[in-house]
Ligand binder design. Structure first.
Ligand SMILES: Nc1ncnc2c1ncn2[C@@H]1O[C@H](COP(=O)(O)OP(=O)(O)OP(=O)(O)O)[C@@H](O)[C@H]1O
Length: 323
């Protein structure tokens, strides 16, 4: 499925394996998606579905035993998987930044917030110290933190504020793409929503794109332009958020949505999804979701469904909707 604007990032048939002593585990199995300029793509799925592995593959920061065994990651037309170390250094932070869940705990406890932002700027750009400090002040302001906090240490800030500082650092070099991997999961629900709202405003103002990774589909329904649903390393469905919410097709997507309490509109019974994701070393034959699928038919137990287009911007891998 192509993004409407020319794709900033185009992932094609990405494959990542963990080479474990017990044999290879294919954590990302032929995943493709585009992210257009200014677009937010939500990547949703339960724990272990391969979301973080995708994000780390995009920046080539996967650690052994993970190996990228196939595919293309085109950023502004250039394949990240073919880049040498120098190109990769230029890509990371300047072009694509990453905010992860525990990032707020990775701030240096013995440096002030201001020094850490200034250091991040100076590590990637030749700038005068005074200009870097000015930039740090405006970055803090961008994420709603008063400049008086420049001299605070991380432990003097709340979790929400620390994660905002991390987002400010991720925005320091104005990258066109920000990867956010469960950036608010450790925070309480109100703070999560506040931060998402702020990131949305920043995105409108600065025009960057986001890949937003979460296990909580409800969190990204309003926030994302489109949503991709990952299960056991495979894309199951991808559609504009509204369409995915109002007319989900895949039983797994329906299950994820069924696990979401409805805030507005009529009350819905919480159905949830029975069972748990498969052991990636012993994947079920046929559709990976069939052992948990309430609608599975014989074909689902023998043949793996291919992704197919249901509409101009909607793809799904399920036999139930196949002709
Ligand atoms: N170090 C590792 N060694 C072996 N297999 C791994 C390793 N890390 C991850 N995996 C495999 O890769 C799969 C995907 O992991 P990944 O962390 O990308 O999932 P996720 O969707 O981001 O889940 P979570 O939200 O829990 O991090 C896991 O189910 C596991 O089978």
């Amino acid at each position: 499925m192509e993004a409407k604007s020319p794709a900033l990032l185009s992932v094609r048939d990405l494959r990542v394996e963990y080479l474990t002593p017990a044999g290879p585990v294919c954590a990302v199995d032929g995943v493709s998606f585009d992210i257009g300029k200014g677009e937010v793509l939500g990547l949703a799925g339960e724990s272990g579905s391969g979301k973080s592995t995708v994000a780390q593959a995009l920046l080539r920061i996967l650690r052994p035993p993970a190996v990228i065994t196939g595919g293309q990651v085109l950023f502004e037309g250039e394949d990240v998987l073919e880049m040498d170390e120098a190109r990769l250094r230029d890509l990371r932070w300047r072009k694509i930044s990453l905010v992860f869940q525990s990032a707020m705990n990775s701030l240096n406890p013995i440096l002030t917030i201001g020094d850490q932002i200034v250091d991040a700027i100076e590590a990637h750009q030749r700038v005068k110290r005074s200009d870097a400090v000015d930039r740090a002040v405006s970055l803090l302001k961008l994420v709603g933190i008063d400049s008086s906090r420049l001299t605070s240490y991380p432990h003097q800030l709340s979790g929400g504020m620390r994660q905002r500082v991390v987002i400010a650092i991720a925005l320091a070099l104005e990258p066109p793409l920000m990867l956010m991997d469960e950036p608010t999961t450790a925070l309480d629900v109100v703070v999560q929503k506040e931060i998402l709202h702020q990131v949305s405003e920043l995105k409108e103002k600065l025009g960057f794109s986001i890949l937003f990774i979460t296990h909580d589909l409800s969190l990204i329904l309003e926030f994302s332009t489109r949503i991709a649903v990952l299960y056991a390393g495979k894309l199951m469905e991808m559609a504009p958020s509204r369409e995915l919410f109002h007319a989900p097709k895949h039983p797994y997507t329906k299950g994820l949505l069924g696990s979401v309490p409805s805030v507005r509109g009529p009350r819905r019974k919480l159905v949830g999804i029975p069972g748990s994701p498969p052991d990636m070393r012993k994947l079920p034959v046929g559709c990976r979701f069939h052992p948990r699928c309430p609608s599975a038919v014989d074909r689902c137990r023998s043949d793996a469904p291919e992704l197919r287009e249901l509409g101009p911007d909607h793809i799904e891998a399920c036999h139930l909707d196949s002709p």
